[in-house]
Write a protein that binds this ligand. Structure first.
Ligand SMILES: C[S@@+](CC[C@H](N)C(=O)[O-])C[C@H]1O[C@@H](n2cnc3c(N)ncnc32)[C@H](O)[C@@H]1O
Length: 403
C-alpha cells in the first residue's frame, strides 16, 4: 500500500498560460527552487506538499500547482482503472470529502475525456467505500479535493491539484466589468513590461483595474494568494494545517518594494469601471496605493518623474473582437500614439492588444513586441520608449476618440 508523506519531496508541476513560462520560471527560482523540467506551459520542481502549497500563495503568474501522486505506463482504459485502484486513496481523501477529477488527455483510445474522468472517479470512490464504508461525494466545482490525470502516449500521471480553484481567481475581483484580463495574465504582462514594483505605473482604460491592482500587489510586496483560503490540499487527510498557518503568517508580512511608493494611477472614461476597480482594489487591500479617476484616457494625469525615477504607461484598449467597432477603434489607436508622444515623455509606454491591424494605427515604432494569449486570442504587448524632452512638433490631437 502506498502512503503519501506530505513532507517528502515529489515532482511538482506548475502550470501557466502559453508564453508565460519565462516569467513563471523566474518567479519559481526567486522563491529558491531549482527547475527540473520545463515545457511550453509548465515548469516542474521537487517540492514537499507544504512547499507546493506555499507556491499557491506567492506565485503571480501560475495557474495550477500539481503534486505528483503516482505515474505508470497505461496502454488502455482498463489499465488505467487497474492502476488507479492500487493507489491508497483512503489515505489521501476523507470519505466525507467532495471530489473533483480534471484531466489533460491525449490518447488514441479516448474521444471524450469525460469517460476516463468518470472511470477514475468511480475507482477512487469505490476503493474508499470498500476501505471505510462510506463514499465521498463528487462533482465539478473544485471546492474540495481535486485530482488531476495526465495521460499521453501510454504514459499517465496522477496528481493532487494543490490549489483547487484556479490561481487566477485571487478573490478580489468581485466586480469584473467588461472584458477583464485574468489576474495571472495581468501579472505576466507587468513582468513582460519589466515592471517590478519600483516604478510609477499609469493605467488609462483600466476597466476593472486588474493591471493596476496586480502592480500595487507587487509594489506592496504582498502575496497574491492571501485572499484564498480553501486550497484542495487542505481538504485531504494529509497533515499540513500547522505548516499552512505558519506559511500564511509569513506571507502576511508584506515586504514593500519602496519606502515611499511611486504613484499608480488608474483611469477609465466609464464611471462604472472606476467604481468596480475601486471596489476590487479595496478588496485586494491596495486601494491606498492607487489613484483613480473617471476621464478620457488623454486626460489621465501623468506625473513628472524625478531623474532617478522611471515609470510605465500601459493601456489595454478594446480590439474589436469582443467589444467595440473597428473603425472607431482605429481613431482610438491613433490617439493613443498622439497621447504617448505628447504626454508620456520620459515613460516607457505599452499597449496590450489582440489586433495587429489596429496597432499599426498607433504609428510609433515599437521597441519590443511580446506574444501573449488572452482567452485564446493571440495578443501582443507592444512597447514604445518615449524619451524625455519636449515633444516634437506633432499633429494636433483634435479628433475625439470613441467613447
Ligand atoms: C478591454 S477593457 C480593459 C480591461 C482591463 N484590462 C481589465 O482587466 O479589466 C478597455 C477599457 O477601456 C475603456 N475605454 C475605452 N475607450 C476609452 C477612452 N477613450 N478613454 C478612457 N477609457 C476608455 C473602456 O471603458 C474599458 O473599460
Amino acid at each position: 500500500m502506498r502512503t503519501f508523506d506530505p513532507h517528502k519531496k515529489r515532482l511538482t508541476r506548475i502550470a501557466c498560460a502559453e508564453h508565460v513560462v519565462p516569467y513563471l520560471r523566474a518567479e519559481v527560482e526567486a522563491l529558491g527552487h531549482d527547475i527540473q523540467e520545463q515545457d511550453k506551459v509548465s515548469v516542474a520542481i521537487g517540492a514537499t506538499l507544504p512547499e507546493a502549497l506555499n507556491l499557491t500563495l506567492h506565485l503571480r503568474t501560475a495557474q495550477q500547482v500539481y503534486w505528483l501522486l503516482d505515474r505508470s505506463r497505461v496502454p488502455s482504459q482498463t489499465a488505467l482503472g487497474k492502476w488507479a485502484s492500487t493507489i491508497a486513496w483512503e489515505d489521501l481523501i476523507p470519505n466525507d470529502a467532495y471530489l473533483t477529477i480534471s484531466s489533460n488527455i491525449d490518447h488514441h483510445s479516448v474521444t471524450n475525456t469525460m469517460y476516463p474522468n468518470l472511470l477514475l472517479k468511480d475507482v477512487i470512490v469505490d476503493r474508499i467505500k470498500q476501505k471505510t464504508g462510506q463514499r465521498p461525494d463528487s462533482g465539478s466545482d473544485r471546492s474540495g479535493v481535486v485530482i488531476h490525470l495526465v495521460w499521453k502516449n501510454d504514459r499517465a500521471w496522477i496528481y493532487l491539484n494543490v490549489n483547487g480553484q484556479r490561481l487566477s481567481d485571487r478573490n478580489y475581483r468581485k466586480l469584473p466589468h467588461h472584458a477583464p484580463m485574468s489576474e495571472t495574465l495581468a501579472a505576466a504582462v507587468l513582468m513582460g513590461m519589466q515592471y517590478d514594483g519600483t516604478q510609477a505605473l499609469i493605467n488609462p482604460m483600466c476597466g476593472s483595474g486588474t493591471l493596476a491592482i496586480e502592480a500595487a500587489l507587487m509594489m506592496a510586496g504582498r502575496a497574491p494568494g492571501l485572499l484564498r483560503n480553501d486550497a484542495s490540499a487542505l481538504h485531504t487527510e494529509l497533515d499540513i494545517d500547522d505548516d499552512y498557518l505558519e506559511m500564511r503568517r509569513e506571507a502576511r508580512k508584506s515586504k514593500p518594494k519602496l519606502r515611499d511608493p511611486l504613484p499608480i494611477i488608474a483611469t477609465d472614461h466609464d464611471p462604472e469601471a472606476i467604481n468596480a476597480a475601486q471596489r476590487n482594489a479595496k478588496t485586494a487591500g491596495v486601494d491606498h496605493l492607487i489613484e483613480f479617476e473617471v476621464c478620457d484616457f488623454r486626460d489621465t494625469p501623468i506625473p513628472e518623474l524625478a531623474p532617478h525615477e522611471s515609470g510605465h504607461v500601459i493601456l489595454n484598449p478594446e480590439y474589436g473582437l469582443r467589444l467595440g467597432e473597428t473603425e472607431e477603434l482605429q481613431q482610438t489607436y491613433r490617439n493613443i500614439g498622439f497621447f504617448f508622444k505628447d504626454q508620456c515623455r520620459g515613460y516607457t509606454a505599452h499597449v496590450f492588444t489582440g489586433s495587429k491591424p489596429l496597432s499599426t494605427h498607433i504609428r510609433l515604432r515599437a521597441s519590443n513586441k511580446l506574444p501573449f494569449n488572452n482567452a485564446n486570442i493571440p495578443c501582443r504587448l507592444l512597447t514604445y520608449e518615449m524619451h524625455a524632452g519636449p515633444p516634437p512638433q506633432s499633429q494636433p490631437n483634435t479628433q475625439a476618440s470613441p467613447k
